[in-house]
Design a protein around this ligand. Structure first.
Ligand code: ATP
Ligand code: MG
Length: 420
């Protein structure tokens, strides 16, 4: 503040001096003062605050004006260049040489009182000295409140993260939606928790379903054994019991294989990669299921483009086609199944269309879920894993699978795989 105020005083002193210098004249090395030189400069400069003095080369005062003229520092020879100085009492002084053609004729001194400035500075100091002790704690407290409010979301996140355990993933930060950095971080965190909880729930359900599914054939086998052993049986009856046991064991083996395939696809999303002749692979699968379809009185026609190749795992792709054709045969009572494969839009496009019972719209989103069956009693032979396995295989091959269906009309499954 002091520096600023003194600088502004020096600025106005320089302006004063320039104005006076401009009014001075010289005649053959002698200083000529204009006629109106002795008039007070102007009304904005009350003489009390403004002082000027003109001293010639020999130290003789040519002119003086203002109440502080006596306090100005003595002139010991003309100054080489303009200079500022301070004098008592509270004066700011500006001394400039008055020159004409290189020779110095006199010294001009202008001065202003800085008393008002010193007074103002003293008051400012007092105000600061008294207010700072109150102001500092208040601003510290304000800062503390502000920072702790800002950091509250982070604190919440820390506490939420601490509350989360494998048993309970339902904790959320639940901050109100704000579009600042922390708000976005909190909502991203919540979204991530939701995804983790979701996949965790699905895994839990899968394990529960799997054990449930495995328990059924075991109880059936136990029942067959205990009924058979109730009394002595004829060899034919033993034969029958063994046959029944074999069928159930076969079912159980299939289920275990399916579970293995699924967990393998979970563990190892990368796929064995070889060049697979999709056309002949599909023809082989269709041939292997033809007798099954014909036994049910369903026709199975194929329309497979020659030389259709994809990059992938041949065994997995066979498994995929088997699962889908098996569904088509299983859920079709009359009519036919059509398997077509061709390259379309630079992709291998497989379509399996049947004229079966169809799937109601409300079930479509769930049919890829593990163990999901539309009608639990109707499809008692299946476990509901076929389509989840199919989806896992298609994903491993970076393809897409889509099911279109109409109840009573039939179902079409469309698979698109990237080409080799
Ligand atoms: P799995 O294939 O494990 O032996 P599944 O055939 O019952 O058992 P998915 O193949 O996953 O299981 O099919 C899920 C459900 O979707 C089936 O239970 C069936 O209700 C329905 N579904 C699948 N394909 C068809 C189809 N082509 N026509 C009608 N319904 C179908
Ligand atoms: Mg199936």
């Amino acid at each position: 503040m002091s520096v600023f105020l003194h600088a502004s005083v020096r600025d106005s002193l320089r302006i004063d001096a320039d104005r006076i210098l401009a009014s001075l004249d010289s005649d053959e090395g002698r200083l000529v003062l204009p006629k109106n030189f002795y008039e007070p400069p102007d009304s904005t400069h009350p003489p009390s605050a403004y002082t000027e003095r003109l001293v010639d080369r020999n130290g003789i005062v040519l002119f003086r004006n203002g109440q502080f003229a006596d306090y100005l520092p003595a002139v010991k020879g003309p100054p080489a260049k303009p200079a500022y100085s301070l004098a008592d009492p509270d004066l700011s002084v500006y001394s400039v040489p008055v020159t004409n053609k290189g020779t110095t004729l006199a010294t001009l001194q202008v001065a202003r009182s800085t008393e008002a400035i010193e007074h103002a500075l003293k008051q400012l100091f007092l105000i600061l000295a008294f207010s700072l002790p109150f102001f500092l704690p208040a601003s510290a407290a304000g800062g503390y409140l502000l920072v702790s409010r800002l950091l509250r979301p982070i604190d919440l996140m820390t506490r939420t993260a601490r509350r989360i355990s494998a048993e309970d993933l339902s904790a959320r930060i639940g901050l109100p939606e704000t579009d600042d950095e922390l708000g976005r971080l909190a909502s991203t965190f919540d979204e991530m928790l939701a995804r983790i909880e979701n996949s965790f729930e699905r895994h839990k359900r899968f394990t529960a379903d799997a054990s449930h599914e495995l328990r059924t054939p075991v109880s059936v086998m136990k029942a067959i054994i205990s009924v058979t052993r109730k009394r002595r049986r004829s060899p034919e009856e033993y034969e029958q019991a063994l046959e029944d046991l074999e069928a159930v064991a076969g079912q159980m083996g299939n289920l275990v294989n399916d579970l293995l395939a699924l967990s393998r696809s979970d563990l190892n999303p990368a796929v064995r990669s070889e060049r697979v002749d999709l056309g002949s692979l599909l023809s082989n699968v269709a041939e292997s299921l033809r007798s099954l379809a014909e036994a049910k009185g369903i026709s199975l026609s194929t329309d497979i483009q020659e030389g259709l190749f994809v990059e992938g795992d041949g065994d997995a792709l066979t498994h995929l086609a088997l699962n889908l054709l098996d569904n088509a045969v299983k859920y079709t009572k009359e009519g036919g199944i059509r398997l077509s494969a061709r390259s379309s839009e630079n992709k291998a496009r497989i379509e399996i269309a049947d004229s079966g019972i169809g799937i109601a719209r409300e079930h479509l989103p769930m049919i890829f879920d593990r163990f999901y069956r539309v009608d639990q009693s109707r499809s008692s032979e299946g476990t509901g894993l076929g389509l989840s396995i199919a989806q896992a295989i298609v994903r491993q091959h970076r393809g897409t699978i889509e099911v279109r269906s109409e109840v009573g009309r039939g179902t079409t499954v469309i698979i698109q795989l990237p080409p080799a």
